[in-house]
Write a protein that binds this ligand. Structure first.
Ligand SMILES: *[C@@H]1O[C@H](CO)[C@@H](O)[C@H](O)[C@H]1NC(C)=O
Ligand SMILES: *[C@@H]1O[C@H](CO)[C@@H](O)[C@H](O)[C@H]1NC(C)=O
Ligand SMILES: *[C@@H]1O[C@H](CO)[C@@H](O)[C@H](O)[C@H]1NC(C)=O
Ligand SMILES: *[C@@H]1O[C@H](CO)[C@@H](O)[C@H](O)[C@H]1NC(C)=O
Ligand SMILES: *[C@@H]1O[C@H](CO)[C@@H](O)[C@H](O)[C@H]1NC(C)=O
Ligand SMILES: *[C@@H]1O[C@H](CO)[C@@H](O)[C@H](O)[C@H]1NC(C)=O
Ligand SMILES: *[C@@H]1O[C@H](CO)[C@@H](O)[C@H](O)[C@H]1NC(C)=O
Ligand SMILES: *[C@@H]1O[C@H](CO)[C@@H](O)[C@H](O)[C@H]1NC(C)=O
Length: 812
């Protein structure tokens, strides 16, 4: 090597290492940023430079990301709407202080050129991730001519504000990327709304999808109690004064890395970076259930994430359209039972505990009033419908008053805050007695609800049938249409002893259920709908006519209907033993179900479901299979009821996607609850839950909020893996006559609740598995309890019992 050459080499090396070690964090007019160059904040946390979302793409975006986190988690994109192309992309600061991205042809200004003049401008990437333009001569750290934190993309990190500068009108909100590879603004936006009591609103275009509820002093109303796992690590703030209103999610220790992001699929997520395992851990997200849908239960309706049905009317209110309500079309909401009597001053309030407060967009707030003053002010104003505390810290203070329809109330098992609902004095009395209703009353009501839903359908069927009768000859009517017997009113009157109270079985929002006895001695259940309950159901006629044609010994049968004057009466077979849940989940009564009966019930439900899925002329998905929808006749034969949510499938469709998820948590398959996809396999999942409930006598709980280890599925899975599945059996069954049968049922139950729909057997296979001695595959981990599993889905040891022969299919 010549002397000159080695000198050159040394020189190059020194130059190269120098340029590496002095990675800069500033941009000046004389030093633009181009190509793969980056700015790195002084402590190294953040980098800023050009990136392409996909490697194949020519589009270049200027953005900020975490330097040390693999996979480039971009937190800010400067030119999301206007990418520049090619390798010639340059970011520069003009001498008059505006930032500009150019590829030679197009020019994209990130900061307006007409901005406040800056003497000697410099742009700098700060340690917090904020990219700012300031005057290099002014060192006052907080005065910036421009800052990227004022123009957020889809991500909020500590130090950023989500909300408003009221002086300048600046509105900082988060808008999702169009897709994971396209940073241009998508349809989803999370923004702070200033009307009434400020709250975060989540928009899909112009459709309001979710709201956080107002700030309570501790957190947003929807997040009380602070259910986040890492609460101690965060410092959430809400500032509301004359100059600004904003939310910020700070951290206690600056080295905690966390972000809130609106993803392109419309989910708002909070992540924390776990250094030790090198992953972004998503610790919170929304929407996470049906009640996270704005106003799911309509005006004056209350949504209960664990409830069945999930919607109920507030106390003192009843469904506006009982028929729709019974069919879970709940967006009409509820109406007041008794008008308020404002001038006479007799109105009062009831406490609605543990709520996400109603929508505060139209509410009025006074932060200094006491709760007593608030109550008095509400009582004075005839348009006031309810009130609550504006701040729940300490003993609470301040006043929120509502004067319009109350929308989007969610009631929590724990958490939330008290809301005071204004009612006429009559309804207040009624409430307290309802609160102390006896177990029997509850039972009757739940029975009547179950029957009610069927009955509404039937009544529509009758109505439709009547219409059909009148329009015979119409192409719509086929020759083999089933005729539904019409009963005469006097006949029903006699059968029910003139609808006497002694014959009353229960009462629901849409009418009363009576027990009746026909002259021939046949016992019937009679549902008399209240006068207004048939509105708005025309579109369901066809569907219901089909449902009315179902005939199977494991489905509840309707016998006929009666339509005279404005009477709407439905008659179906009487079920003396009510519903399965009244046996399974009640002490003492559960002992009445020995193993033999339970096994018969499992087989019966399987047959009924198989008929719905495959054997009837239609392919019907029930969608709300659960213990309270299984009625029992006098011989304890199970009959599936409540087709209120059933869907009938056409020829070759196999699954549906629906935006409106209905059903009952705890029985819902993961793909249905999460993505709204339902198929016959969703029913199979519910059936699996039902099998495990019947065996164990325990209720499966929804696991969205609760600890997963409390879940029946996880428990059954754990016992199965440990080879102890007989421990699942209800304690009230001292000695099952067939242990292999129990084991087989547990195994089938677990196969039915597998995570992936395609792994679950269909009902014909389930029926075969339950009946014949065919060999069963090993179950995999159930849906909803896998996220803590360590990946060991292969289980070799299990509950095998020698009696179970494993030899292909045998007839039985
Ligand atoms: C600032 O400089 C840019 C580029 O040099 C120019 O286009 C713009 O008009 C200037 N703005 C003002 C306010 O001078
Ligand atoms: C709000 O904007 C005005 C005008 O741009 C600015 O002077 C003020 O400092 C901003 N207020 C806050 C709190 O950032
Ligand atoms: C989000 O912010 C942008 C820019 O300030 C504004 O134009 C838009 O209306 C805001 N969207 C919502 C829903 O507040
Ligand atoms: C946004 O909504 C419109 C209209 O609903 C739709 O056509 C478009 O595909 C949506 N865009 C994205 C990125 O989802
Ligand atoms: C912050 O966290 C880092 C890393 O976990 C730790 O080393 C440091 O001591 C913490 N600082 C404080 C003030 O707790
Ligand atoms: C006030 O009470 C009287 C007597 O009970 C009643 O007749 C009147 O209708 C009530 N006024 C209103 C506005 O309800
Ligand atoms: C809030 O209520 C207090 C006490 O009733 C009253 O003095 C004050 O004017 C109210 N403030 C507003 C902004 O209405
Ligand atoms: C009653 O409340 C409404 C809505 O908050 C308000 O517009 C109205 O001024 C109030 N009336 C009185 C007398 O305070």
């Amino acid at each position: 090597m010549s002397y000159a050459k080695s000198f050159l080499f040394l020189f190059t090396f020194v130059f190269w290492s120098l340029s590496l070690s002095v990675s800069r964090d500033t941009l000046t007019p004389s030093q633009p940023l181009s190509g793969d160059e980056t700015l790195v904040s002084s402590d190294g946390t953040f980098s800023l430079g050009f990136f392409s979302p996909t490697s194949s793409e020519n589009n270049r975006y200027i953005g900020t990301w975490y330097t040390r986190i693999p996979g480039q988690s971009v937190i800010w994109v400067g030119n999301r709407k206007n990418p520049v192309s090619g390798p010639t992309a340059v970011l520069m600061l003009t001498s008059n202080g505006s930032l500009l991205v150019t590829d030679g042809n197009s020019k994209v200004f990130l900061s307006s050129p007409s901005m406040v003049a800056v003497g000697k401008p410099v742009a700098q990437l700060l340690d917090a991730g904020n990219f700012v333009i300031r005057d290099s001569q002014i060192t006052d750290s907080d005065s910036f001519a421009w800052q990227s934190f004022d123009y957020p993309t889809d991500t909020l990190i500590p130090g950023m504000k989500l909300g408003w500068n009221l002086t300048s009108g600046l509105n900082r909100n988060l808008t999702a990327w169009s897709s994971s590879t396209d940073p241009s603004p998508g349809n989803y936006t999370l923004a702070l709304d200033l009307r009434g009591d400020p709250q975060l609103l989540f928009w899909n275009g112009h459709i309001l999808q979710w709201r956080s509820g107002p700030w309570t002093g501790l957190d947003f109303s929807s997040q009380l109690p602070v259910t986040l796992t890492y609460t101690d690590a965060f410092a959430f703030h809400f500032v509301n004064n004359k100059e600004e209103v904003y939310y910020s999610a700070g951290v206690v220790n600056k080295s905690t890395i966390t972000r809130l992001v609106v993803n392109p699929r419309g989910v708002t997520e909070r992540y924390i970076w776990l250094d030790e395992s090198s992953v972004w851990n998503r610790y919170w997200y929304t929407p996470s259930g049906q009640c996270d849908v704005y106003a799911a239960c309509g005006p004056y309706g209350s949504c209960d994430p664990n409830g069945s049905p999930m919607c109920s009317c507030l106390q003192g209110f009843e469904p506006k359209s009982p028929a729709n309500w019974a069919l879970r079309y709940t967006s009409d909401g509820c109406v007041r039972k008794t008008k308020l009597d404002c001038r006479n001053g007799t109105d009062g309030f009831v406490t609605v505990p543990r709520t996400l407060l109603p929508d505060t967009v139209t509410a009025t707030v006074n932060r200094t009033m006491s709760l007593d003053e608030c109550r008095a002010a509400c009582l004075r104003n005839c348009s006031c419908t309810g009130f609550s505390r504006a701040d729940i810290r300490g003993s609470g203070s301040g006043c929120i008053m509502w004067s319009m329809d109350l929308m989007d109330i969610t009631s929590y098992l724990d958490g939330g805050q008290d809301f005071y609902l204004r009612l006429a004095v009559e309804d207040i009395g009624l409430i307290s007695s309802q609160f102390h209703k006896s177990g029997d009353a509850t039972l009757a009501v739940s029975l009547s609800v179950v029957l009610g839903v069927i009955s509404i359908l039937v009544s529509v069927a009758c109505y439709a049938w009547r219409k059909l009768k009148w329009t015979r000859g119409n192409a719509f009517v086929k020759e083999d249409d089933m005729e539904m017997p019409l009963f005469e009113f006097v006949e029903i009157e006699a059968a029910t002893n003139n609808f006497s109270n002694e014959n009353k079985l229960g009462e629901g929002g849409f009418g009363s259920v009576y027990k009746g006895k026909m002259r021939e001695g046949q016992e019937i259940a009679v549902k008399r709908l209240s006068k207004t309950s048939l509105q708005g159901l025309d579109e369901l006629k066809t569907e219901v006519v089909l449902v009315a044609k179902l005939q199977h010994r494991n489905l509840v049968r309707l016998l006929g209907c009666c339509l005279e004057g404005d009477e709407r009466i439905l008659i179906y077979e009487f079920m003396p033993n009510k519903s399965l849940d009244t046996f399974l989940f009640e002490k003492r009564r559960n002992a009445l179900l020995d193993w033999k009966k339970r096994h018969q019930i499992i087989i019966g439900i399987a047959r009924g479901l198989l008929y719905l899925h495959q054997d009837s002329r239609f392919r019907i998905i029930h969608r709300d299979l659960k213990a309270s929808n299984i009625l029992l006749d006098k011989d304890m034969n199970p009959k599936i009821s409540d087709f209120g949510m059933a869907r009938i499938f056409g020829g070759d469709e196999t699954d549906f996607n629906t935006r409106k998820v209905v059903g009952t948590y705890g029985y819902m398959s993961p793909e249905y609850a999460m993505d709204g996809i339902f198929s016959v396999k969703s029913d199979v999942f519910s059936f699996g839950v039902l099998i495990l409930e019947i065996i164990s006598g325990k209720k499966n709980k929804a696991t969205y909020y609760a600890e997963p280890q409390l879940n029946l599925l996880s428990y059954a899975w754990k016992l199965w893996k440990e080879g102890k599945c007989l421990e699942l059996l209800d304690e009230s069954i001292s000695s099952p006559d067939s242990i292999p049968e129990v084991v087989r049922c547990v195994q089938v139950g677990l196969l039915c609740v597998e995570e992936r729909a395609e792994d679950r057997p269909d009902m014909s296979l389930v029926a075969l598995m339950l009946g014949a001695k065919i060999s069963l595959p090993q179950p995999k981990a159930p849906g909803f309890c896998t996220y803590r599993s360590s990946g060991d889905t292969e289980v070799s040891s299990s509950c095998t019992v020698n009696d179970i022969t494993v030899t292909g299919i045998e007839d039985q």
